[in-house]
Design a protein around this ligand. Structure first.
Ligand code: NDP
Ligand code: 8X3
Length: 268
């Protein structure tokens, strides 16, 4: 058994946005890394996809228990009620992966749809913060009040480098970055680890969602280059969580080899 598998054994891991892309890959990667004794709480709005993923994981790894939950992180009431609704054996969350997020459109001010702005802010920012506030108290109560647990926030290169046509999305990811850094400082007297993972270009449904379901527009984003796969990012997340408790992989920026910034990409 690998060191990471030993460290992960027995943990309860909650992933938001587990129905697709990076979240889905992260669930599979946790299960692959620690297949004998793990509990996964998989959340997203599309419950059917979560149920299919749960079946896939438990078939492959019978030692992994999976609890799928339909959850819209942009709905504060659903987030507030989440912990209380979990079966007892899933209530002690050790690892929270705040991954749910999305981008809508490429419009520039003053033409940004108010509904798109609201969706991005309430999912990427207040959704992530509400999730953190819902789970953190139980992490802080452990370990004789010193706290224990991991919070992994998925940011983006967009949070470090704003680009044309991404003003709201970039602002949401800058907010995630700022919240993450404040949180790490605020929790310094505890043993809760706060970990930021900021991917560059990853091919998932992200661009399909950005272009309101237009797959041909989404495909153009990746033309002439080789983006990261969601598995690539999942490996980084699971690696960070699998380190020794005293090791905090605080901040990772992950690019595919052709990318040097949000907008500098070498295309063939
Ligand atoms: P996907 O579109 O493949 O996955 C997004 C996930 O977020 C889905 O599982 C979706 O589930 C979930 N989600 C969206 N809105 C909500 C909501 N209101 N409540 C709960 N879940 C929600 O994209 P990615 O895997 O690429 O995105 C994952 C994260 O990675 C996002 O935070 C994104 O900003 C970030 N990221 C992505 C990059 C990329 O290039 N792909 C690069 C950098 C960061 P459902 O629809 O079922 O609710
Ligand atoms: C996704 C990366 O550059 O498409 O967060 O906004 S980008």
């Amino acid at each position: 058994m690998s060191s990471a598998a030993k460290r992960l054994a027995g943990k309860t891991i909650l992933i938001t946005g587990a129905s697709s892309g990076i979240g889905r890959s992260t669930a599979l990667e946790f299960a692959r890394t620690s297949p004998d004794n793990l509990k996964l709480i998989l959340t997203a709005r599309r419950i059917n996809r979560l149920q299919d993923l749960a079946a896939e994981i438990t078939k492959e790894h019978p030692g992994v228990k999976v609890h799928p939950v339909q959850l819209d992180v942009s709905n504060p009431e659903e987030v507030r009620n989440l912990l209380g609704s979990l079966p007892d054996e899933f209530k002690e969350v050790d690892v929270l992966v705040n991954n749910a997020g999305l981008v809508k459109g490429i419009a520039q001010a003053p033409s940004i749809l108010e509904s798109d702005m609201q969706t991005m802010l309430s999912t990427n920012v207040t959704g992530l913060i509400n999730m953190t506030q819902a789970i953190l108290p139980s992490m802080l109560a452990r370990n004789n009040g010193v706290g224990a647990g991991d919070i992994i926030n998925i940011g983006s290169i967009a949070g470090r480098e704003p680009y044309v046509g991404g003003s709201i999305y970039c602002a949401t990811k800058a907010a995630v970055r700022s919240f993450t850094e404040s949180l790490r400082k605020e929790l310094i007297a505890t043993r809760v680890r706060v970990i930021a993972v900021d991917p560059g270009q990853v091919e998932t449904d992200f661009s399909v969602v950005r272009f309101y379901g237009d797959k041909s527009k989404a495909d153009k984003v990746y033309e002439g280059c080789e983006p990261l796969t969601p598995d690539d990012v999942a490996e980084v997340i699971v690696f960070a969580v699998g380190r020794r408790e005293n090791v905090v992989l605080a901040d990772s920026l992950v690019f595919p080899n052709h990318q040097a910034s949000a907008t500098i990409m070498h295309r063939r």
